[in-house]
Each structure stands twice: as structure tokens, then as C-alpha cells.
Design a binder for this molecule. Structure first.
Ligand code: ADP
Length: 390
């Protein structure tokens, strides 16, 4: 088992930003998280020097990578924002009250390449679709997994990235355990794991379940960008991104820095959730990502005994809302015990009960989503992403 002291000892051999002193004695190392054979940490630098100091970040990762027992290292450059200072162009504003830190670039871009690189595509992946919700517990992950499997059932090559870094549930929903291996010894690029034919990547594969993920925004962004770009996805028609719930700064940054073909919003019929869903819609609009439609989940409940339909949360709210907002309504998924039991035991309904009503619903939703992804990429050209500088 690797311990923090070994990590700090390795980092004390890495020279500081001006080749004086070392990272540890200069007090630049923070947020060291050790989880099994994975290590994550942050290095504080001046925001304006983030690009210039990318080699320092890499050197620190390399040094920690040599510690016995360390399998994977993630280092992020972080910077304190001085009041009144501006984040670098092409970056999102810092989360309110958080320490600003531009996520470290994956390669070393020149200043001009920066904005373009922020939205660079993922090699081999034709389309990326985000599944989002205004709040947790509405069935976003269940929808992501079954939508991904529905797209696959319709003949597409599909992957799923679990970006819900604080509560990863894709490993459980797909019944996958194990750790991603590097594509070749010493490589930073990981092979995704596979479940029911879907290529999958999740923070849940990289850290122990009970590791507290008390990360600052930049660490989250760095981890997500690595899970997106340093994974050998192979050839995929579409990668589904299960977004973290909510519409905060982390979600906005993720939406902005991922080259999304579109987003699907999941909502329950309750009013409150719909208000949250509207926030989700606005978030994607802000970064010019087309919203492909709304799925109403836990829409109604059909009694298995009497066959009667009970609309326990009210019903139709999402359909009405979608209409008002001029968005496609993708479908309503009833509350169903079988769906829940299968999902929670790693047997998603689209594959474990392909003839069920629910499996059919998800395949239909997948068909509509795909048609609108193709419509969007072939027809209306997406406006260039707007870079927000505050
Ligand atoms: P989120 O990702 O929004 O937090 P999940 O997909 O994890 O939500 O779902 C939360 C819980 O609700 C899970 O136990 C899941 O099995 C259950 N669930 C989701 N959709 C339905 C549904 N239509 N019927 C019954 N249970 C559902």
C-alpha cells in the first residue's frame, strides 16, 4: 500500500518552478489523495504560468509514478486567484468561492492553440452526447446506461463515460469490476473496461468506493479530461457521458470543454425537478450545446395487481415543458420495480429483458436521440463554442 509520505518524498526530488528548491519545501503540493495504487495531487502555481509549467506537472507525475506500487498518477496545476485577477482566456471562470485553477492541458499547447484545444475532439469517437439532470436521484445514470445500450441495440458502437465523479454508478449498473490497464506498459493511456458490449470508463474503476473525493474543481476537471482523452476508446459512433447531477460550475466547465454533439435532459414529472431541468437546459444553451430533448423518468406507475395507472408524481409535466421550450420530448419512462431491481443488480433492462416494455422505450428514445444527433451534425451547423471570460 502506497502512503502519502512516499509520495511527498518523491515530490521533494522535483525542482520548483524556477529550478530552485523543491515542490515540497516550497509548499506547493496539496490535495494528495492516495487510493490503493492511484495517486492524485495538486501543485500550486501562478495562474498565468499554467501552460509554461506543464513540463513541471509531467515531471511530478513521473516522479510519483516511480514510487513502488503506484499504478496511476494524476497531477493538476492549481492557482489561487487574486481578487480582481482574470482567469486565462479560453477558460471558464472559477467556481464561486473556490480556488481557481485552470485544468492542466493534456499536451503543451501554444497560447493560440489553447481555445481550439479546449474543444478538440476525442480520436475515434464520432459523437459525444451528455446525459444531464438538474438534480440527483431522478434516474440520470439509469437513463444513460439504458440509452447507451439502446443505441447499441440499434446497431451502433457505443461507449459510456461516467463523469459523475462524486457518485460513480456506472460500474454497479453495468456490473463491472476491475481496474483499467494501460494500453502498453508505462503508457498513460488506459484501456476502457467493457460491460454488455459497451466500452466504459468511470472514476469508480480508479478509486476505492469509500475514498472521500474532496477535490477542488480543477482536480475534478483534470480527472475528467483524462478519463475522456487518455482512454483508448477505439472506434465509437457515440460516447454517452453521464454528467454529474446539477448545473454548477463543474458541470458548466465540463459542458464547455467537451466537444458535445448534444445533451439529453432527464427529469421527473415533479415541478421542482422541472425547474431544475430548465436550469440544465440553460446551462447547455450558455455553451451552445444543442439540447436533443427531455426524458420524463418515473413518469407513472402501473399497478402489477390491478393494472391501473397511478400518476404518483403528477404526469406530463416534462412533455408540457418540452413543448413550451420548443424541445423534443423524447419519451416517458414509467416507475417500475423490475427496472429498478435489474438496474441495481447490474442487469440493465435493455439487455436483460429486451422484450419488456421498458427496453422498447429505451430503444425508441435511442432512435430519436440518434436521429437528432445526425440531423444536428448534418444540418444546422453548430455555432462555435463561446469562450466565457469574466
Ligand atoms: P441519478 O443518476 O439521477 O442519481 P439513478 O439512475 O442512480 O439516478 O437512479 C436512482 C434510483 O432510482 C436507482 O435506484 C434506480 O434504480 C431507480 N430508478 C431510476 N429510474 C427508475 C424507474 N423508471 N423506475 C424505478 N426505479 C428507477
Amino acid at each position: 500500500m502506497v502512503d502519502k509520505q512516499q509520495v511527498m518524498a518523491a515530490l521533494s526530488k522535483v525542482r520548483g518552478p524556477d529550478l530552485e528548491g523543491d515542490l515540497v519545501s516550497l509548499g506547493l503540493v496539496s490535495d494528495v489523495v492516495v487510493s490503493g495504487d492511484n495517486v492524485m495531487f495538486a501543485i500550486t502555481v501562478e495562474a498565468s504560468r499554467a501552460n509554461e509549467l506543464e513540463p513541471l506537472r509531467q515531471a511530478a507525475e513521473k516522479a510519483v509514478g516511480k514510487v513502488d506500487g503506484v499504478e496511476k498518477v494524476m497531477a493538476a496545476l492549481t492557482a489561487e486567484v487574486k481578487p480582481g485577477s482574470r482567469p486565462a482566456a479560453g477558460r471558464t471562470p472559477p467556481p464561486a468561492g473556490a480556488n481557481m485553477a485552470p485544468p492542466p492541458p493534456m499536451q503543451q499547447p501554444g497560447p493560440k492553440a489553447q481555445a481550439a484545444q479546449t474543444m478538440a475532439g476525442v480520436p475515434g469517437v464520432k459523437h459525444i452526447v451528455a446525459v444531464a439532470s438538474g438534480k440527483g436521484g431522478v434516474g440520470k445514470s439509469t437513463t444513460s446506461v439504458n440509452l447507451a445500450l439502446g443505441l447499441q441495440a440499434n446497431g451502433l458502437k457505443v461507449g459510456i463515460l461516467d463523469a459523475d465523479i462524486y457518485g460513480p454508478s456506472v460500474p454497479r449498473l453495468l456490473g463491472i469490476t476491475g481496474r483499467p490497464e494501460p494500453v502498453s506498459p508505462g503508457s498513460r493511456t488506459l484501456k476502457p473496461l467493457e460491460g454488455f458490449g459497451l466500452k466504459a470508463m468511470s472514476m469508480g474503476f480508479l478509486v476505492e468506493e469509500d475514498t472521500p473525493m474532496i477535490w477542488r474543481g480543477p482536480m475534478v476537471m483534470s480527472a475528467l479530461q483524462q478519463m475522456l482523452r487518455e482512454v483508448d476508446w477505439g472506434d465509437l459512433d457515440v460516447l454517452i457521458v453521464d454528467m454529474p447531477p446539477g448545473t454548477g460550475d463543474a458541470q458548466l466547465t465540463l459542458a464547455q470543454q467537451t466537444p458535445l454533439s448534444g445533451a439529453v435532459i432527464v427529469s421527473t414529472p415533479q415541478d421542482l425537478a422541472l425547474i431544475d431541468a430548465r436550469k440544465g437546459l440553460n446551462m447547455f444553451r450558455k455553451v451552445n450545446v444543442p439540447v436533443l430533448g427531455i426524458v420524463e423518468n418515473m413518469s407513472y406507475f402501473t399497478c402489477t395487481k390491478c393494472g391501473e395507472r397511478h400518476e404518483i408524481f403528477g404526469h406530463g409535466g416534462a412533455r408540457d415543458e418540452a413543448e413550451k421550450l420548443g424541445l423534443p420530448f423524447l419519451g416517458e419512462v414509467p416507475l417500475d420495480k423490475d427496472l429498478r431491481t435489474r438496474s441495481d443488480s447490474g442487469q440493465p433492462i435493455v439487455v436483460s429483458a429486451p422484450d419488456s416494455h421498458h427496453a422498447g422505450l429505451y430503444r425508441n428514445i435511442a432512435e430519436t436521440v440518434w436521429a437528432s444527433v445526425l440531423g444536428d451534425s448534418a444540418g444546422q451547423k453548430r455555432a462555435a463554442p463561446r469562450i466565457i471570460v469574466e
